[in-house]
Design a protein around this ligand. Structure first.
Ligand SMILES: O=C(O)CC[C@@H](O)C(=O)O
Ligand SMILES: [Zn+2]
Length: 559
């Protein structure tokens, strides 16, 4: 490596990168809980109406982004008595303790739930849901509450069903690398446990310190390693879910291959808790790489960045584990709000490349050849490489903490868009031009390797006129190039009505049918994922959308 270092230096690649004291700290839930609050402002008068079955009259003030409260029952003293007897000390009604579960990580959605249930076992989840279904009580399943689309908090007074205490590892097979665990295991704890056994989790996210694996699977979280290990749709081998009726569906297979009919687990992966509550998962985990290198590089144009990506795939091939980017505006926010230091000279675009392999010398040689090539051809103008753990973390934090930096920049409009890779930055450029000086900052970053752009737009305060300029422009732009309006964050509460930009009415109608079959009273995570035109009032005999007429989109789909 010494020779390589020397040769890189000749190529103006600087290794000696002073770690900023801010650079390696990971964000804790408590840190995240600080900051400005911008709520949608929904409240119900349910408390005063205890025992009276619900209705639109219970809603005191409707949030602009949420539909009216559906006529679910309100929690009564008898209900509380049942929950307290089922979960002694784990049926929480103290408003202070409920506070953080009622608010999402971005502080943009606030529910008004009065009950937080913390089961430990699948059987307890089953009893809770059986009871809620019979009583027509709505339930908001919650993992680490790190989602970005308002999917993990109640909208009104839904009961919060937390997986926090379901945090047991059930089995790990050191030959196959298959991990089986309860849904509430924190991703970072699983990573640590696996690393001790020479394996890693197939996914990695900025929110790893707080997010739960059950929530990751329920939202089909993507993250930083998807390029290498694929999506959870491939690495999740099995799962256990509790249906709205309380029935436990055991699909907790630990087989690589199983072609016995429909792959039912796929229904729950990415369904955001609307079809069932995931209680356990089995996941195929890769071996821990023996050598990891991270390169932080600068490019003078997005075209050069794309060519660097192509070259990178060709030359690093099987050892490439991540190819991420951020633009100069993101770097500005990291420096300004988090006091992180840019380790290289200023550039319009920055790339984080990670290699993960089994032979350090071989990997370093490959990386060296690649760097020499992209430097010589001026695709890359500056860069630095880390092989040591602390430096790797510091370089990664420049990519992972952009979301955190944005929270300090004002009100943020967030878009998680899937696009053909060559178009991912065009949307940022067009949006900047389209908005002119109406926005404070328009930034782009994300997962180049997956064609996934995170377009974020900030303004000093919440600004309806700015929002009207962004939407539907952003969705129409996306649909025009056959992109997806949600690449990896899901639809949740915030994006549910934009589904038609990426799915046909027939596909959405079928989703409605599946929802009606698995959760006929609609108690599971209501107001989320499915668009409002499919969400029929909660009744014991809820008709199927297919039998009640062809579903119509809320707004004209662009294609
Ligand atoms: O905040 C965002 O827009 C993206 C968050 C996350 O998916 C990331 O890749 O950093
Ligand atoms: Zn992302």
């Amino acid at each position: 490596m010494a020779t390589i270092l020397h040769r890189f230096n000749r190529l103006r690649l600087r290794y000696a990168f002073q770690l900023s004291s801010h650079a390696v700290s990971s964000t804790t839930a408590a840190e995240r809980a600080k900051g400005d609050r911008v709520f949608l402002g929904c409240q119900t008068l349910c408390r005063q109406h205890r025992g009276i079955s619900g209705g639109a009259g219970e809603v005191r003030c409707l949030p602009s982004a949420a539909p009216p409260r559906l006529p679910f029952s309100c929690v009564t003293d008898e209900d509380l008595a049942f929950f307290r007897q089922l979960l002694p000390g784990r049926a929480i009604t103290d408003p202070d303790m409920l506070e953080s579960s009622n608010v999402d990580w971005l502080k943009s959605v606030r529910g008004n739930s009065e009950v937080l249930l913390r089961p430990r076992t699948t059987e307890e989840v089953s009893q809770i849901l059986r009871y809620c279904n019979e009583r027509n009580l709505a339930v908001s399943p919650q993992g680490g509450n790190t989602g970005l689309v308002g999917g993990s908090v109640p909208v009104f007074d839904e009961i919060i069903l937390s997986t926090a205490l379901m945090n047991q590892v059930l089995a790990f097979d050191g030959v196959s690398g298959i991990l089986t665990c309860q849904a509430g295991c924190v991703l970072e704890s699983l990573s640590q446990l696996l690393e001790e056994r020479d394996f890693i989790m197939p996914l990695d996210l900025g929110a790893k310190g707080s997010c739960h694996i059950g929530g990751n699977v329920a939202t089909n979280a993507g993250g930083l390693r998807l390029l290498r290990y694929g999506s959870l749709r491939g690495t999740v081998l099995g799962l256990e879910a509790v249906l709205a009726s309380g029935q436990v569906l055991n699909c907790l297979a630990t087989l690589r291959k199983d072609n016995t009919g429909y792959d039912l687990k796929q229904l729950f992966i990415g369904s955001e808790g609307t079809l069932g509550v995931i209680t356990a998962v089995s996941i195929l985990c890769p071996r821990k790489p023996r050598a990891v290198n991270v390169a932080f590089l600068g490019c003078s144009s997005f075209q050069n960045l794309l060519e660097t990506f192509q070259c990178c795939r060709g030359m690093l091939g099987e050892i490439l584990s991540a190819f991420e980017f951020l633009d100069a505006s993101c770097m500005g926010l990291l420096e300004k709000h988090l006091k992180l230091t840019n380790p290289i000279t200023e550039c319009p675009f920055y790339i984080v490349i990670e290699t993960a392999g089994s032979n350090a010398a071989h990997d370093e040689e490959k990386l060296h050849n690649f760097l020499e090539k992209v430097m010589a051809s001026s695709l890359v103008t500056d860069g630095t490489v880390a092989t040591e753990d602390a430096k790797i973390k510091a370089l990664w934090s420049l990519r992972e903490r952009v979301t955190e930096a944005l929270t300090h920049d004002g009100f943020t409009y967030k878009y998680d868009i899937s696009l053909p890779v060559e178009k991912i930055y065009q949307l940022v450029t067009d949006m900047r031009q389209h908005l002119g000086d109406r926005a404070k900052n328009v930034v782009g970053y994300g997962h180049v390797g997956d064609g996934n752009l995170h377009l974020n737009i900030t303004s000093p305060t919440k600004d309806p006129a700015l929002l009207a300029a962004i939407e539907p422009y952003v969705y129409e732009w996306t649909a025009a190039v056959q992109g997806s309006v949600s690449a990896e964050h899901g639809l949740g509460l915030k994006k549910r009505n934009y589904i038609y930009y990426s799915k046909t009415p027939e596909a959405v109608g079928l989703m409605g049918n599946i929802k009606a079959m698995l959760d006929p009273r609609g108690i599971l995570n209501p107001y989320k994922t499915l668009p409002d035109d499919l969400r029929l009032p909660s009744t014991p005999t809820r008709p199927s959308p297919m039998t009640s007429g062809h579903p119509q989109p809320l707004q004209d789909p662009p294609r």
